[in-house]
Ligand binder design. Structure first.
Ligand code: HEM
Length: 195
């Protein structure tokens, strides 16, 4: 494996696969344990800290858009990444394998798309862009015509466009996730007579 390929693997693809894989594995293992130990009620309440953690992680988005002016953006970004990952794990454990209502499941699917789009944007996109630009340069230096270069990088460029779309999806899907979650939370609070 040459150096570029091995750094692509170790710095981008491996962390992406691990972060997503561990999220799935921890959800399955956690849900299994909660059921085995008759602690399913804990999972039910994990929805609350999970939601609060995700809301707290949004400080980064507020800082980025200058809604708030305090806080180091770099630290807030780390908080955003760790907080949304952990918060999602809690919400996934909270969702468990219970299927009664459609609204919270739609919210969970939107949350999943949100997590994946965040990871694609953070770990895969920058490097993929560099790769396609590098390939273009490489073919141009070998003296290929403009059309030949475009033909050679066509599928990589299509993949890159699809990945760019993931990044663009991050905020709209967050809004879908927030609205659906709010619907679910308000209906539960009404049911509990908290509001
Ligand atoms: C303050 C936050 C939350 C509270 C208090 C809460 C409360 C609850 C309660 C009490 C249930 C059980 C309902 C039942 O047994 O029929 C439930 C189920 C569920 N919740 Fe939440 N939840 C919260 C946040 C979330 C979020 C943010 C999501 C997803 C993004 C979510 C997804 C789900 C799912 C998928 C279920 C299972 C629904 C089913 O049984 O079909 N919850 N929630």
């Amino acid at each position: 494996m040459d150096q570029a390929t091995s750094s692509l693997w170790s710095r981008h693809i491996l962390p992406f696969t691990l972060l997503l894989g561990v999220l799935c594995a921890a959800t399955l293992a956690g849900d299994y344990l909660l059921h085995r130990l008759n602690l399913v009620w804990i999972g039910r309440y994990l929805g609350i800290p999970g939601t609060l953690l995700i809301i707290g992680s949004l400080a980064y988005s507020l800082r980025k858009r200058k809604v708030i002016s305090s806080g180091n953006p770099k630290n807030l970004l780390t908080l955003h990444e760790v907080g949304t990952w952990l918060g999602s794990l809690m919400v996934l454990l909270h969702a468990g394998i219970h299927f009664n209502a459609i609204l919270p499941w739609l919210a969970t699917v939107a949350m999943g798309v949100n997590v994946i789009s965040g990871l694609v944007g953070r770990l895969l996109l920058g490097r993929a862009r560099e790769y396609v630009l590098g390939q273009r340069d490489h073919y141009q230096l070998r003296g290929l015509s403009k059309e030949e270069v475009e033909r050679a990088v066509f599928w990589d460029a299509v993949t890159l466009d699809a990945m760019n779309l993931w990044r663009k999806v991050h905020i709209p899907i967050f809004i879908v996730f927030a609205v659906l979650s709010l619907g679910h939370i308000v209906s539960i609070f009404l049911f509990w007579e908290w509001i």
